[in-house]
Design a protein around this ligand. Structure first.
Ligand code: AMP
Length: 416
């Protein structure tokens, strides 16, 4: 099986490693890829959000399967264009990707499907926003309705800051604050059958102790020893299958990766958000533990044959990933700094580039790379991931020092 992988971040580097490790995959072409992916796959240039260009590249590279990593191409309808060429694609249609593309649409589907989530209002003017903020009280949660790479959400006790964010965005979802530890659950689905992957936890805030601004994610670990037993079954029953049924009922079945972001509250799991693709950086840890060949799994989801797929197999132990971000991230990431020590196994590239003149590795984005490691237990995996990151030199870089620490120290508590 020949695979075309669309995207060029850390998630795609992790997907590329998973795909090349599948004996059923003969070749991986990545577009546009990145310098890390270049060590395992052929790179081709493409604008990932251009449906016609990606579809043409899929034909040209004789792809049997196209895997679309990021959300923007999905929302732009790239999966539709590839499917129209008769090529199997892992990733939802543009219409189904609205589960991520619009927070208001996602809330509407959740309400129709009876999915447990935060109460919310869609607001377009200051008066209705103020009313919603006052009804729910602090901490205030204000979400940009459109795609914002995980950075469109403000959670704050400062009412004026909440209002200012709403004004900047225009159309927002204001919702009640959900109190409890967060879980990311990835579900592979062909629209009807659905297989959950291992739950993971990521770290959205920039600073240790969950301080500072929201980011795309600063680290992750799996599995979650502290998660309530039966959590995955409950989420599949109460969230995933009702959502998939509602999407089928609307004539826009969701096939691909349904990312369920949850808060484990005193009242049980509540959906914080849906995404229409693998999460970054949780993908790095979940795929590090997946023993089942990745290409075959994604192909089954892409071809409506997931019901016949064997149960997933997982490696023993734990995985941790620690993100190294550039100076100024997330507000104003600085790029163009030289990176050293980033060539070894376990370093997943995200925002890196090669300098044309001498091939030096440079920072080229906010989240630059991450160190991903497995270990017999969470502490061993954490230590190994930090050893990888500590071996990288990048001027002004930032990373959290507490990834997985609360779980290792058994300090994660579910309210109530
Ligand atoms: P989202 O893009 O919707 O995942 O939001 C980004 C982050 O904001 C989440 O991972 C949470 O940490 C936080 N967040 C979003 N919605 C809520 C909520 N209703 N209650 C508490 N925290 C939230």
């Amino acid at each position: 099986m020949r695979v075309l992988l669309v995207g060029g971040g850390g998630r795609e580097h992790a997907l590329a490693l998973g795909l090349v490790g599948d004996p059923g995959v003969s070749a991986v072409v990545a577009a546009p890829g990145n310098p890390g992916i270049a060590s395992v796959a052929e790179l081709r240039a493409v604008t990932p959000t251009d449906p016609a260009a990606v579809a043409a590249l899929a034909v040209e590279t004789a792809a049997d399967l196209v895997v679309i990593g990021p959300e923007a191409p999905l929302v732009a309808g790239v999966a539709d264009a590839v499917r129209a060429k008769g090529i199997a694609v892992f990733g939802p249609s543009g219409a189904a990707a609205q589960l991520e593309g619009s927070k208001a649409f996602a809330k509407d589907v959740m309400t129709a499907a009876g999915v447990p989530t935060a109460r919310a209002y869609v607001c377009t003017d200051e008066e209705s926003t103020a009313r919603a903020l006052d009804e729910f009280g602090a901490p205030y949660v204000v979400k940009d309705d459109g795609l914002a790479a995980g950075k469109g959400v403000v959670v704050t006790d400062d009412r004026a800051a909440a209002l200012a964010h709403a004004n900047e965005c225009g159309r927002v979802v204001v919702e009640e604050f959900l109190d409890g530890p967060e879980v990311s659950l990835f579900v592979v689905t062909d629209g009807e059958a659905a297989l959950p992957l291992l739950p993971a936890q990521d770290f959205k805030r920039l600073g240790d102790g969950d301080t500072g601004p929201n980011t795309g994610g600063m680290g992750a670990y799996a599995p979650l020893a502290w998660a309530p037993s039966g959590l995955v079954d409950e989420v599949m029953r109460d969230v995933v299958h009702p959502t998939l049924a509602e999407m089928r009922r609307r004539g826009t079945p969701f096939a691909g990766l349904l990312y369920v972001g949850l808060a484990i509250t005193a009242a049980g799991p509540r959906v914080i958000e849906f995404n229409a693709r693998f999460g970054d950086p949780e993908t790095q840890v979940v795929l590090a533990l997946l023993e089942t060949p990745l290409g075959g799994l994604l192909h089954a989801a892409a071809t409506g044959t997931l019901a016949e797929h064997p149960p997933l197999r997982w490696r023993d132990g734990s995985a941790v990933t620690v993100v190294l971000a550039s100076a100024g991230y997330p507000a104003a990431p600085r790029t163009g700094d030289v990176i050293t020590g980033a060539e070894g196994p376990g370093i997943i590239h995200a925002g890196t580039a090669r300098r044309a003149s001498d091939g030096a590795l440079l920072s080229a984005g906010g989240r630059v790379l991450c160190g991903t490691a497995t270990g017999a237990d969470l502490a061993a995996a954490r230590d190994a991931a930090y050893a990888l990151v500590d071996g990288v030199e990048l001027a002004g870089s930032q990373h959290r020092t507490d990834i997985a620490t609360a779980a290792i120290e058994d300090r994660i508590t579910i309210p109530g």
